[in-house]
Design a protein around this ligand. Sequence first.
Ligand SMILES: NC(=O)c1ccc[n+]([C@@H]2O[C@H](COP(=O)([O-])OP(=O)(O)OC[C@H]3O[C@@H](n4cnc5c(N)ncnc54)[C@H](O)[C@@H]3O)[C@@H](O)[C@H]2O)c1
Length: 315
Amino acid sequence: MDFKFLTEQQVNSMLDMKTCIGLMKNVFTAFAEGKMENKLRSLFPVDRGKVFGIMPAVIPTEDVCGAKLITAFHTNHAKGLPSHLGIVAVFSNDDGQLQGICDGTSITAIRTAAVSAVATELMAKKDCSTMCLIGGGVQADMHMKAITLVRDIKKVTVWCPTLAESERFCARHREQYPGIEFIPCEKCEDAVKDADIINTVTPSAVPVLFGKWVKKGAHINAVGACGKANRELDTECVVKGRLFCDNYDSCRNEAGDFIFPLDEGAVTQDHILGDLAEVISGKVIARNSDEEITIFESQGLACEDVVCAAWLLKQ
Ligand SMILES: NC(=O)c1ccc[n+]([C@@H]2O[C@H](COP(=O)([O-])OP(=O)(O)OC[C@H]3O[C@@H](n4cnc5c(N)ncnc54)[C@H](O)[C@@H]3O)[C@@H](O)[C@H]2O)c1
């Protein structure tokens, strides 16, 4: 069998954030046009803090099908390894042949933040200048790259479980973004209260972002809680916000941020006002004023990974 293999280094050098944002816009436009479908992923608990996921997708627009196989082991940092490790395999829809395998760690890192950038461009106020990062890992790095491409950010506040991690994050970004002021915060509330854009990028099982801290007009990318047992947003935050998702089925079945408030009776299924496809197509208007709080609940979809891999394998 003859197929290509692209390493993490190759993916990182070929798939820049701007290109990936364009690919992700195509994915959600294809959803809106009825050319793409999503099936729920299978998540298998391996051990405490360790999950193995299988994420299959058929992509008619690219004439391929494929799947991401990924481990999310939140204990990995102690070993000097990333928490997410995986591959994306792509097959031809014509004859079923394997076209190639790409590193899935880098694709996951880039495409997740690219999707948040698509959501931010559509949902956040136009004149956002302050951004908060709750979490300082791979996704925080990637959200720096992605969100600064769609909004003119001047100040970034950072909260991590330890002040030392927030300080490290700020120190390693100051040089890269000389026009941006970075502020490590000891209290999460201080990081959140003035932010126009808030990104939650932690694997927390309990809320880290509280609605009472969020200022009017803010946009939230809720990225970290991928599973019904996890949540980053408290109920008040979800109730206060205009809630949008990447995919209805994923949000209803996998998003603890939505499922906890639903189970508490604080919201109904109708609290999800739209998915990214409906917003990108203009069917649903995300924001009606600079006073509203918008929330993009991201679960991550297999088609995002397979579209990136198919594009990479064509280069
Ligand atoms: N929505 C998506 O498509 C998508 C894609 C990739 C990753 N994720 C999720 O995003 C989250 C972050 O991913 P990453 O690759 O940046 O991980 P990472 O391990 O690189 O970074 C995690 C960050 O969260 C902090 N953290 C760890 N436990 C915490 C806790 N209990 N409370 C608060 N902060 C905590 C860590 O200190 C670190 O700053 C993970 O939960 C991951 O599963 C979502």
